[in-house]
Ligand binder design. Structure first.
Ligand code: NDP
Length: 289
């Protein structure tokens, strides 16, 4: 029988654990605060921002909201980030992407202090992950590791294949699986004979950004399949990068879309906010600043 990995349930468990940790910090007089910046009023971004604020409220994290007009200049945004970097009462800074075209996203993300980079996108944090040091880890791949661990799926020694090599999903995913002692292969658009590569996987993580591309021919019998993709199909229903109905019967475990990886991203953002208290004490970034 295929195990359906329940991201809703696991993310709720994590949020409840975080709620307790936040309450314990509050008893010590520590309040955690996340600053959320949105530039413009892209409807999808507004939904994400609203959900992040709701999660903060549930867990007991204070959220500061900055809703800037779409015409905001790069200098204005950088100056806000700089101001928030310097505020001792702000633990995390999140700039919702995408940004309007007059603003260089990379420049803004790199301007966020690595100590407050709760999205885990800053090169210092990516570097820390690469060499096994403490730092913030990109939320979606960190969520995948939690899904596997909390579903009793062992990673150590197993063949792990990640399809996709983006900076926010594929690459950190591969590094995290390696950190858990998986034997990791990263596939991408230039990979020859993708099916032969993915069929080697005991654990297949798909972050390819192509609706339902992965069919049963890509999957070894009994594999664990994690679907990071989110799309709307022709009937406006959510679907992933994996053709779930055809693939699921061949897996030992699989994540559905929706209700798999999706809910984990915000839970892990909240985890990063809580961990920021400890990370801000860590020395690796202090040395670099
Ligand atoms: P990107 O488009 O940045 O990266 C896609 C990757 O897939 C690239 O590395 C690309 O290779 C590779 N690829 C594209 N086509 C093929 C192909 N035919 N065969 C093999 N590899 C291919 O996407 P993201 O990493 O940002 O996101 C991936 C998916 O995850 C999307 O559906 C996105 O919506 C979803 N997502 C979900 C989140 C969640 O919270 N659940 C969060 C973030 C993303 P190359 O590098 O060679 O171009």
């Amino acid at each position: 029988m295929t195990q359906i990995i329940d991201g809703k349930k696991i993310s709720a468990e994590i949020k409840d654990e975080l709620k307790e940790q936040v309450a314990a910090y509050r008893e010590q007089g520590i309040e955690i605060c996340l600053a959320v910046i949105q530039v413009g009023d892209d409807p999808a971004s507004s939904v994400y921002v609203r959900n992040k604020k709701k999660a903060c409220e549930y867990i007991g994290i204070k959220s500061l909201s900055y809703e800037l007009p779409a015409r905001t200049t790069e200098e204005e945004l950088l100056s806000l980030v700089e101001q928030l970097n310097g505020r001792a009462d702000v633990n995390g800074i999140l700039v919702q992407l995408p940004l309007p075209e007059q603003i260089d996203e990379e420049k803004v993300l790199n301007a966020i202090s690595p100590l407050k980079d709760v999205d885990g996108f800053h090169p210092m944090n990516v570097g820390a992950l690469c060499i096994g040091k403490k730092g913030f880890v990109s939320c979606t791949p960190a969520g995948v590791i939690q899904l596997l661990k909390r579903s009793g799926i062992s990673i150590s020694g197993r063949e792990c294949v990640v399809v996709g090599r983006s900076n926010i999903v594929g690459k950190p995913m591969a590094l995290l699986l390696l950190r858990e002692n998986g034997t990791v292969t990263v596939a991408h658009s230039r990979t020859e004979d993708l099916k032969a590569v993915t069929r080697r996987a005991d654990i297949l993580v798909v972050a390819v950004g192509r609706p339902q591309m992965i069919t049963e021919e890509y999957v070894k019998e009994g594999a664990v399949v994690i679907d990071v993709g989110i799309h709307r199909d022709e009937n406006n229903k959510l679907c992933g990068d994996v053709e779930y109905a055809r693939v699921a019967p061949h897996c030992s475990a699989i994540t559905p879309v929706p209700g798999g990886v999706g809910p984990m991203t915000i839970a892990m953002l909240m985890k990063n906010c809580v961990e920021s208290v400890e990370i801000q004490k860590a020395s690796f970034v202090e040395r670099a600043e």
